[in-house]
Design a protein around this ligand. Structure first.
Ligand code: ZN
Length: 241
């Protein structure tokens, strides 16, 4: 099975279109999205429409739940609260309803998909170190799991109770042990590389890759400013943090 997995589109249509177009050139059996489709960017409705049409399985992120009124806005900082309220106002109610039905976790026999961590997925813990990764890996039943949430791509490998972190563009899946893979972010990268990120996993070949794609950043920034969203959301797209 060949999976394409991405996360954290955050209403960035320009970045999403670039990724979906690149994926047309790939032989992909399953397209998965690890949540946070909205928040920060200026195109929530069009992004959701595209995602609903193209993605096979999607889980809910904290920003999605905020827009669907399934999560307290106090969880978020002020600019993110402003983005959630703006998104609620511009998103047609049937699109907001779509979030109400999305699960927090999805899995098949080979991979698991969750936004933050399998450890209390409804709490959206950030996996930023080996200790947090281990809490999720202990619950993980499939050899590979995919997350987003931190917007920092990389893989945690667990072998014999020991967890190591690897930044990679291409890697072979170890024959034993488990992998927790952060696929980074399509629309709000925060690892210093402003290009959109997505992941390809070939379960038969045991091969993983993180791809990066340039997209028209200035266009996405102009729309954010025109919508009156916090300036910060536009600025940081250029720097990838
Ligand atoms: Zn996010």
């Amino acid at each position: 099975m060949r999976y394409a997995v991405f996360s954290d589109v955050h209403s960035n249509l320009e970045a999403l279109e670039a990724v979906l177009q690149a994926l047309q050139g790939e032989r992909v059996d399953q397209l998965l999205c690890a949540g946070d489709s909205v928040g920060y960017g200026a195109d929530p409705a069009t992004c959701l429409e595209l995602l609903e049409r193209s993605v096979h399985h999607m889980v809910c992120g904290n920003h999605d739940l905020a827009v669907a009124d399934r999560m307290d806005l106090d969880w978020f900082n002020k600019p993110a609260q402003a983005a959630a309220l703006w998104t609620r106002a511009v998103l047609p109610s049937e699109r907001r309803r779509y979030f109400k039905e999305l699960p927090l976790v999805w899995k098949d026999s080979q991979v698991t998909l969750v936004h933050g961590s399998l450890n209390e997925p409804e709490q959206f813990h950030y996996v930023l170190d080996a200790e947090a990764a281990l809490k999720s890996l202990r619950i993980q039943e499939t050899p590979v799991a995919f997350i987003g949430h931190t917007h920092l791509p990389g893989a945690y490998i667990e072998e014999g109770g020991r967890v190591t972190f690897h930044r990679f563009s291409r890697m072979e899946v170890p024959p034993s042990g488990k992998l927790l893979v952060n696929v980074g972010s399509v629309g709000q990268p925060r690892d210093g590389d402003p290009r959109a990120a997505y992941c390809i996993y070939d379960s038969q070949a045991g091969e993983l890759s993180i791809r990066r794609l340039p997209y028209p950043i200035a266009q996405a920034q102009a729309k954010i400013r025109k919508a009156g969203l916090p300036e910060l959301f536009a600025d940081r797209l250029a720097h990838g943090y």
